[in-house]
Design a protein around this ligand. Structure first.
Ligand code: ATP
Ligand code: MG
Length: 570
């Protein structure tokens, strides 16, 4: 078939020792945090969750559950310009879909007042100051990895002046960017994060929750640890890029003398042919490269869900990849492997013909319809069986016929006999061509003695193909997907280019006029099935009764595609 080939499937990763779990076990043994495990998942509501977030969710919720602890869902909403309620709603929906239940749902913006009061406390203690340098000057004064930084000329303001300026910043007296509040730490530190980091900036922006209550907003590094602390988080799990922010995380909670959660960093998930960055995914949506955040090609949880991935498959994938301390890239094939494994167990098989070729069974009675028994799922007896109607005119897949069969092509060709799944043996007796010389219809005969798929005389056929009775077929649109990017690493670009250059122009193929067996008449959006020999499919949100639409979730492993590829390569 001309379907996209599937990626090679690596064997599932062995269960790795999990260093975060080890830390939790040690902390329980030493009675740190009174033996309690409390984690949080802290998304910024500036986009939809992606597969990388699923790893973080599984880790945070999974570990807490394992130790009898709890997990909060906390929105890290300190950047009002980029955040929206739509994103909050989608995140809530996606975490639930993945199968996790939070203890409390909270917002960093709920803590704006205590976080502000802590800034007052730090100023009083001489550990923070209001700085009048602009962003560019702050950068210049900070210095580089080789040079130390310079003290801001405003560093030694009196406590009274700082308190007055802070109050006036909050009251809205100053324009955006004109002043900041900075922690007074160490301008000579080899860790740039400790060179008097900015705690507050002025931003006259309407926040999706606090409206216009605030015109100063705390920076991530200043808000995050204190939010964790307020919630009594014990283990604050984040990705590796925050490793050298940890000294700052620790500095704030130590200076404030409040509950001190332990920050632990793990490796980000990267996947081949995939980008996991909300900013870039937003660009794909805004520039119309995809149909939206939930486009089935998107690596968002909304996208893969619409495509037909299951939460069970996502969780088993996240378990298999484990966590570590070095960033790497996981094969997309491994994710697809987990999806197939799960769908194989749970979904019913049906027959669907995507690119139909009509076959007329010449020796079959004109008005006869036989209902042939078919097993729904050979992996699950409880799925039961159904019948499939058989009649004189059928559709088979165009690719299952070759007028001049190449070597190793065992399916239908003139004079050859094949088995129709759940049906009969048929032999191709002739072809009908159009003016252009293309085969548009086949003639065949069937052997009534082979009903159910076996020949009483022990005659063997080498291929079994799927089919649909023309008179009973449902029409459908089927959407086939390839990877959204054609490069294994979509960030790898020519000089002056960007990731958009690596978009795969063939990532979506829409087939109309596909023929489905009548069992699918009642299919509803979200229903998953296997189309025999073609892959796993999921009924799309666009589907309506009478105008069915299916997405291909993932192809089956296709041995013929491999042979064909090898032959072509010769
Ligand atoms: P992005 O760069 O896509 O915006 P982010 O890290 O800024 O990601 P947040 O909403 O701040 O996104 O992340 C919420 C949590 O998910 C954080 O703890 C973050 O470390 C984690 N996370 C984000 N991306 C990944 C990833 N690729 N792999 C594992 N965890 C991730
Ligand atoms: Mg972020």
């Amino acid at each position: 078939m001309s379907e996209p080939s599937t990626s090679p499937v690596p064997s599932p990763a062995p269960v790795q020792s999990n260093f975060i779990r080890d830390i939790m076990i040690a902390d329980r043994e030493s009675n740190k945090y009174g033996g309690v495990v409390r984690t949080r998942f802290p998304p910024e509501p500036n986009g939809y969750l992606h597969l990388g977030h699923a790893k973080s969710i599984c880790l945070n919720f999974g570990l807490a559950a394992e130790f009898g602890g709890t997990t909060n869902l906390r929105f890290d909403d300190t950047n009002p310009e980029k955040e929206e309620q739509e994103y909050v709603d989608s995140i809530i929906d996606n975490v639930r879909w993945l199968g996790f239940q939070w203890d409390k749902m909270l917002f960093a913006s709920d803590y704006f007042e205590p976080i502000y009061q802590w800034a007052v406390q730090l100023i009083r203690a001489g550990q923070a100051y209001v700085c009048d340098l602009n962003a560019e000057e702050v950068r210049q004064y900070r210095g580089t990895l080789v040079d130390g930084g310079k003290h801001s000329p405003y560093r030694d303001r009196s406590v009274e002046e700082n308190l007055d300026l802070l109050a006036r910043m909050r009251a809205g007296e100053f324009p955006d960017g004109s002043r900041t509040v900075r922690a007074k730490i160490d301008m000579g530190s080899p860790n740039l994060n400790l060179r008097d980091p900015v705690m507050y900036r002025i931003l006259h922006a309407t926040h999706h929750r606090t409206g216009d209550d605030w015109c100063i907003y705390p920076m991530y590094d200043y808000a995050h640890g204190q939010s964790d602390s307020i919630e009594g988080i014990t283990h604050s799990i984040c990705t590796l890029e925050f490793e050298d922010h940890r000294p700052l995380y620790d500095w704030f909670v130590d200076q404030l003398g409040i509950h001190h959660p332990q920050q632990i960093e793990f490796d980000r998930l990267n996947l081949t042919y995939t980008l996991l960055s909300k900013r870039k995914l937003l660009q794909l949506v805004n520039d119309g490269h995809v149909r939206g955040w939930d486009d089935p090609r998107m690596p968002t949880l909304s996208g893969i869900r619409r495509r037909g991935y299951t939460p069970e498959a996502m969780r088993s994938f996240c378990g298999a990849i484990g966590v570590g301390k070095t960033n790497g890239t996981i094969e997309l094939g491994l994710l697809e492997h987990h999806v197939r494994e799960d769908l194989n167990k749970r979904v019913n098989r049906v027959m669907a013909v995507l690119r139909p070729l009509k076959v007329v069974i010449e020796n079959y009675p004109d008005d006869l319809v036989e209902e042939l028994p078919a097993v729904n799922n050979p992996e699950d007896e409880s799925a039961g069986s159904r019948t499939v109607p058989f009649s004189k005119v059928l559709y088979i897949e165009q690719d299952d016929f070759r007028e001049v069969p190449p070597k190793q092509f065992y399916r239908l060709s003139p004079g050859k006999e094949v088995r129709l799944r759940w049906g009969f043996f048929i032999t191709c007796t002739g072809v009908v061509k159009n003016d252009a010389g293309e085969v548009v219809e086949l003639r065949a005969t069937y052997d009534p003695a082979t009903r159910g798929g076996n020949s009483p005389d022990g005659r063997k056929v080498k291929a079994t193909i799927h089919w649909v009775s023309a008179a009973h077929a449902l029409e459908a649109e089927v959407r086939l997907y390839e990877t959204l990017f054609s490069k294994e690493n979509p960030n790898q670009v020519e000089e002056g280019g960007n990731f958009l250059d690596n978009i795969n122009p063939n990532s979506l193929e829409v087939l109309s006029g596909c023929k489905l067996e009548p069992a699918l008449a009642t299919a509803k959006p979200g229903d998953r099935v296997q189309f025999e020999r073609l892959g796993y499919f999921c009924c799309d949100l666009d589907s309506t009764e009478g105008a069915l639409v299916f997405n291909r979730t993932v192809a089956l492993k296709d041995s013929w595609a491999k042979i064909e590829k090898r032959e072509k390569g010769k």
